[in-house]
Write a protein that binds this ligand. Sequence first.
Ligand code: MEV
Length: 310
Amino acid sequence: MHSASAKIILLGEHAVVYGQPAIAVPFPALTATAHATDAPPGDGLTILAHDVGRVLRVHLDDETPDNALTYAAQLTLHALNARPPDLSIEIRSTIPIGSGFGSGAAVTAALIRSLSAALGHSLDGDALNTLVYEVEKMHHGTPSGIDNTVIVFGRPVYFVRGQTPEPFSVGRALHFLVSDSGVSASTRETVGDVRRLVDSEPEQYGGHIEAIGHIVREARGCLEAGDAAALGALMIQDHDLLRALTVSSGLLDRLVEAALGAGALGAKLSGGGRGGNVIALVTPEQAGRVAAALREAGAHQLWPMTLEAR
Ligand code: MEV
């Protein structure tokens, strides 16, 4: 069995597409798994994606398939110079789709890990990351690469597009509540809409992108110093800028306001937006009250997440 966990962007989504930094962490509460079993000789390669009701046969065609799982398997076979083996790979995932958790990248990473291992290869992180990024382009159009990077390497990162991701230290344990709004939204659409805004009014919206970058650089210092209050204030500013970029929604704003109203130090949408999840920074004492407020405001699912000091 091979797996990959979900991810959470703490700060910097959308601006990261334009070369600004973003900070993201793995979210192991949600995972994708791939389980390979031998198939009878001559049966070829089949992917069973029960969660989305698909059974996919993988052939080595020249044309790019319209399914991301098939594409991931083909890319892996090409990279390893292999023919489709007689194999059945079953994919399962607890990661909600279109919810800012990197479901696509996690499922792809688990599948490629499973297929390459069955072929007798273990791809190193960079090789796997390159393949997952190719598939991400099919999902999202012009992804920054942050989702695949966090998910493949499974480590918190300070990420700038095109640069080697940097680890960062955390001065004091930080406690978050992650709430899924239960609404799924297309990252391809939100990224495209932000692109149109930035192109049409570069001064205003490009300014928002730069302001987010500034927030993320400051936030890194807050994480390193373990300054939760200052980090929370930056999360609130980041959410306001994301709202100005039109990627929030009435429900996401209500979840943010509910968390802040119940005393959270900071709260913001995380991921592509318009749906997906909201993260709130809390002290352990506040967590129960903030969780209750988030549920009351319409949180569909709720998880605690701790970023340990290191
Ligand atoms: C999606 O998880 C994060 C976005 O910044 C898109 C990207 O970085 O490719 C919205």
